[in-house]
Design a protein around this ligand. Sequence first.
Ligand code: ATP
Ligand code: MG
Length: 651
Amino acid sequence: MSQAIHPAPKGFAGPNTITKSRYEDDYSESVEHPEAFWARMAQRIDWMRFPTKIKDVSFREEDFRIRWFEDGELNVSVNCIDRHLEKHGDKTALLFEADDPDAPDESRHVSYHALHGMVCRLANALRGLGVGKGDRVTLYLPMIPEAAVAMLACARIGAVHSVVFGGFSPDALAGRIADCGSKLVITADEALRGGRRVPLKANVDEALKRPGTNCVETVLVVKRTGAPVPMQMPRDRWYETVVAGQPETCEPERMNAEDPLFILYTSGSTGKPKGVLHTTGGYITYASLTHECVFDLREDDVYWCTADVGWVTGHSYVVYGPLANAATTLMFEGVPNYPDTGRFWQVCDKHKVTIFYTAPTAIRALMREGDAPVRKHSRHSLRLLGTVGEPINPEAWEWYYKVVGDSRCPIVDTWWQTETGGILIAPLPQATPQKPGSAGEPFYGVRPALVDAEGRLLDGPADGNLVLLDSWPGQMRTVFGDHQRFIDTYFKTYPGMYFTGDGCRRDEDGYYWITGRVDDVINVSGHRLGTAEVESALVAHPKVAEAAVVGCPHEIKGQGIYAFVTLNAGEPATDDLRAELVGWVRKEIGPIASPDHLQWAPGLPKTRSGKIMRRILRKIAEDAPDQLGDTSTLADPGVVESLVRERLNRT
Ligand code: ATP
Ligand code: MG
């Protein structure tokens, strides 16, 4: 692993930037006196009734409970909009950048004042359609302002939203509608992504023919492209018509801190997606605090997180965190490579983006295209970069740092999960010098620990399974409709602890390095190898764009190493290169890590959020393609078919 350490560049810190000593003091207080610390942090939120009970948690099965601020009352939409109106009413809340850069009239600036009107009108309309506190609403929308408006309108009336990524199929959508019993669906005629049209409304029509979806009474349709779509009366209603004429104010529902805010299904990289439920008070406190501290947020920042609202990152760090902090948050409808691979940087220049947050999959894909598309744009406004979703290979980190950030911008590598609601481990840009590939140190209130297979706590520098010893306010509260599954999944493996499912190494400085999913850790002749480590070695080779490594049965070693490798654009795949790569890994990590099989992969199976699905590659490596499991969240099923066909060493 890379040994480089990057302290924040001189002159980075602003007046409120968190220093090392402030981080250390606050962190100590947060774990030693969590009640006092979180009572203080709760003051960042506008409560209708300030909580007197701060924390009530037990991770033991006998008396299991997770409650934060339990007698507090508040409304999340008020915290994201109303309270900013006096000082920031004219400030841009949502900066919308449309898919097509040549259609400038499609891009919009939505001020806090305008957002308030839009949210209130929709909230009134929803109430008029019989939606109330506790009812579920499914959102199946493009990355347009109406997506954020719909989330906030649900929050205003206490309805529980479930956002389903607009790239999902009718079957995946139907499953999620049925699972939570949605009363209403909000969609659009079509979505635009990379110049292509996605028939959202037609997909909803298909989904609603599936069993279990007759809970849906109403479908609201936003006009995005204006394409003609069949409307089925009285079920289907135009969004524009329904909100027109609604009052511009709307009485917010008084919500208890522990009332549900939303349900969101996980990405499905390890199995069937789980309906993660988040509640109100703890979630918004945690999302806003982490957003302010980790991104070192300042008054005039233009903040851009490229995640879709269909993922938790889009919830906490496109919508809720930034808006609760009165920030300007950019919503991007398009994709990184349309109309060309310089699009991200063109948008950064156009809107003078200061904070940019994306995923390793996007960084690797852009790195593959070389430096020229980046250098073509100035990127002068950028001052901080972030990454989330998978371990970032040090090679990709360095490229992001040097080429995208011109060695001027700290990088926050943020580790967290749908289940955690917000960032749990990340370097604070000024307080924690960054090590490429490491997520750094725990955030306030977070108590990570490493355990061995028997659940024994490991001290000091160690390699093990990542657990959390105590709760934090943004923690999920249950799996919707299946509380026992929640306890079984996260609290049974190591009783009394939250098990993350991730493998991790802690170094001598106390930095955490995620080594991959525990299920993916490979055991070669008794040596534990993290997939991330072998993949990073492969990606460090100048001809390799991306790599995924899994274990495969091996007669002598127990498990062998099976590597899938994607080469840089235009690089020929030869047997000589294969031998060279095997030798390269052997040299970089050691003979124990040298791959037994190395298969060329024109593409890798990924979730729609861009994570490599190693569980599918494992089945290919085991030659068990009939056991691929749930593939509903796969971005491109065609990739899997070709990898199955080309599998090596078939007996
Ligand atoms: P499922 O739980 O359905 O299998 P998933 O785990 O991919 O899906 P998410 O909640 O979107 O669903 O992803 C969380 C996981 O992503 C983490 O457990 C971790 O493995 C990985 N991850 C996220 N951020 C980072 C990061 N900065 N470094 C390393 N890994 C990360
Ligand atoms: Mg997970």
